[in-house]
Write a protein that binds this ligand. Structure first.
Ligand code: ZN
Length: 191
């Protein structure tokens, strides 16, 4: 199948590339957003224990600065997303906190990584209007995760000495990997 219509996973080289700024916003941009939404939801429908909360265009192998963020994280039946184009971090503050993070492109694993608790970003919406978002907690974490994607990074690049890597088992439970296992998987996936 054409991989433009699939989620790409590590070690796919595109996941290490920086995405290009979108200008102007065209019908193609809007089509990309539709594709991202469809593919993200299709992925969720095929992964019983997962929810698609956000996606960056690079994850469908489109190197453009576009991300989508689910409107309601806690309600799986709300299948709508908002698109943010050319997002930039304006401000990040507070003491960084560790939380678990997953990624459709790091299939089968979860990592505990550090992120800022409070951020402010600027982006364009689908119509090209400037939007500014102040975010805390999970939304702040998710936006930092997606901003990393458009800069060619995944959360594995953020795993530090106190970070932990977990493997998701078929029953949906997470198994903590030893430091040695985590290091070997992380370097294998990032090669
Ligand atoms: Zn991701």
């Amino acid at each position: 199948m054409n991989d433009r219509h699939q989620i790409i996973t590590l070690p796919h080289p595109s996941l290490h590339k920086k995405s290009a700024k979108v200008f102007p916003i065209t019908k193609d941009t809007q089509q990309t957003i539709v594709n991202m939404t469809t593919i993200g939801l299709d992925w969720e429908d095929h992964h019983a224990h997962e929810v698609t909360v956000g996606l960056a265009a690079v994850q469908i192998n489109k190197l453009e600065k576009i991300i989508i963020i689910r409107n309601d994280f806690d309600n799986k039946s709300d299948r709508t997303f908002r698109a943010l184009i050319n997002p930039v971090l304006l401000k990040a503050d507070g003491k960084k906190v560790y939380e678990l993070e997953g990624c459709l492109s790091v299939a089968g694993f979860y990592g505990r990584v550090k992120r800022y608790p409070n951020i402010r970003i600027k982006a364009l919406d689908e119509q090209g209007s400037v939007v500014k978002i102040s975010a805390t907690g999970f939304l702040a974490r998710l936006l930092q995760h997606e901003l990393d994607h458009i800069n060619g990074k995944t959360y594995l690049d953020r795993l530090d000495d106190n970070g932990e890597l977990y493997r998701m088992m078929p029953n949906g439970k997470l198994n903590l990997l030893t430091d040695v296992e985590a290091e070997s998987i992380s370097s294998e996936l990032r090669r």
